[in-house]
Design a protein around this ligand. Sequence first.
Ligand code: DC
Length: 226
Amino acid sequence: MSFNIAIDGPAGAGKSTIAKELAKELGFIYVDTGAMYRAMALYFIKNKIDNKNEEEIARACKCVDITIRYENGEQQVFLNGENVNGSIRNEEVGNMASVTSGYSQVRTKLVELQQQLAKTENVVMDGRDIGTVVLPNAQIKIYLTASVETRAKRRYEELREKGQDCDLKQIEEDIEKRDYQDIHRENSPLKQAEDAVLIDSSHLSIEEVVGEIKKMIRISAKDERR
Ligand code: DC
């Protein structure tokens, strides 16, 4: 049986950094589900799909094929056969993904792919609904959060590092808006699973969070042996 670690939480809480590091240390596969929603969003943007029109979204979903592959341990997302990793990490795609990920047609397609991956591989998977919907039986569930200010600052620094021009206040507003959308949507809203452990990373380093989760894994393994 595969070992699954689910990490959920709001945008910018540090999920991907933590999940990547954890996967590397454990020799697991890191599955970034946000990238899959972003790839779908990119399709909707490119094809000028109206994100308020559910019928149009449903029709478009039938034309989208998302697959993932690993190159040197890095997840690569393919949209209809094209590697789109370089085009999905911007605010336009993130904002579109936040809206379109609310549609059940979009979610059904991607949840299936995510569950398939976790069935055969040991994974660290991050997203919004991993512990609640995608992997309800995951051995370890984390709900990772941080204050809005901390998250906005982290995203600002990340974008600046990539050479993108950005405004801290605007990012903060985008994060608040995205939080609201992710928490209040009807389908698979962002929420802490009942059996997930809450970690607030506002004042913790990456090493401290990773260390905390590894401690949980050791305890869970010990319980299993009893
Ligand atoms: O984690 P991210 O910023 O790359 O995610 C982009 C959007 O995708 C986010 O606003 C919510 C959505 N998402 C989701 O609904 N479910 C997931 N499992 C992952 C992301």
